[in-house]
Design a protein around this ligand. Structure first.
Ligand code: AR6
Length: 167
């Protein structure tokens, strides 16, 4: 598996699957989630609504992942995963690692070979970038997957530099 780092906007990535740092409602939000729904258009939300109705009445649990169409994004699928909110009192790193592992498992089911990840939980959910980068890179490196190209798309230079120092 090749792991590459890109500084930029995940909605512009030409990959088989783009991972969304969603929330358990699957109904959209800010950050990456807002950008993906804005650029991808209403088809994505429509698929999310269907998933809520058919499988996730109580919402998608933290650490799990599920796929929808990518709408107008230059990708085939969006894989929505729910990162944990960072906690100073409780170690939730297994849940964060699970987001990466489960997203790759869903990617395998779809037959996706290239996947773009944002730095899950490092925005609104408050996870320190350095710790999140360590967990993300370890999880992806250890995953058993047929995905050949994993791309971490870091929104700003500071995040890119943190990932680069750990790769
Ligand atoms: N491309 C790549 N990275 C981005 C982009 C983008 N277009 N926009 C933001 N980032 P966040 P979370 C970076 O807040 O912490 C939503 O409301 C951002 O700088 O998107 O998992 C959901 O609905 C940060 O480093 O996700 C949930 O309620 C990283 O992406 C909640 O936020 C993740 O930031 C999830 O919070």
């Amino acid at each position: 598996m090749d792991i590459t780092l890109v500084q930029g906007d995940i909605t512009e990535q030409r990959v088989d699957a783009v991972v969304n740092a969603a929330n358990s409602s699957l109904m959209g939000g800010g950050g990456v989630d807002g950008a993906i729904h804005r650029r991808g258009g209403p088809e994505i939300l429509e698929d999310c609504r269907k998933l809520r109705a058919s499988h996730y009445g109580k919402g998608l649990p933290t650490g799990q992942a599920v796929a929808t169409t990518a709408g107008r994004l230059p990708a085939r699928w969006v894989i929505h995963t729910v990162g944990p909110v960072h906690s100073a009192s409780e170690d939730r790193s297994q849940l964060l690692a699970s987001c990466y592992v489960e997203s790759l498992r869903v990617a395998d089911e779809l037959g996706a070979r290239s996947v773009a990840f944002p730095a899950i939980s490092t925005g609104i959910y408050g996870w320190p970038m350095d710790d999140a980068a360590r967990i993300a890179l370890d999880a992806v490196r250890q995953a058993h997957t047929s995905v050949e190209d994993v791309r971490f798309v870091l929104f700003d230079r500071a995040a890119y530099d943190v990932f680069e120092s750990r790769i």
